[in-house]
Design a binder for this molecule. Structure first.
Ligand SMILES: [Zn+2]
Ligand SMILES: [Zn+2]
Length: 95
């Protein structure tokens, strides 16, 4: 098992821990502009988290043209990450 792979389009870099993936996504990828509210957020997990915690599924689907399957997939990624990630440590590193 190579651990965690960055899922941002065309990247595919693998990291040992989920914290490293999130830091990589935050520092090395371009920021993402939320299509619902226009806030600039780091791409990857943090963009997913923003979308699902700040907005409803319906808003997300409308703004991104996502299918319910895509919504489910992203929710699964989010849950998977939250099950193992030390989000407190990540927030401290990012601040
Ligand atoms: Zn990447
Ligand atoms: Zn937003």
């Amino acid at each position: 098992m190579t651990g965690w792979v960055c899922g941002i389009d065309g990247c595919g870099l693998a990291f040992e821990t989920v914290e490293e993936v999130i830091l990589h996504q935050t520092n090395e990828h371009e920021r993402h502009e939320c299509k619902v509210c226009g806030t600039i957020v780091p791409d990857g997990y943090l963009a997913i988290r923003h979308a699902f915690e700040e907005h409803t599924r319906a808003e997300y689907v409308r703004a991104y043209g996502a299918s319910s399957e895509e919504v489910r997939e992203r929710e699964e990624v989010k849950e998977e990450i939250e099950a193992v990630a030390d989000l407190q440590a990540i927030a401290e590193k990012l601040s």
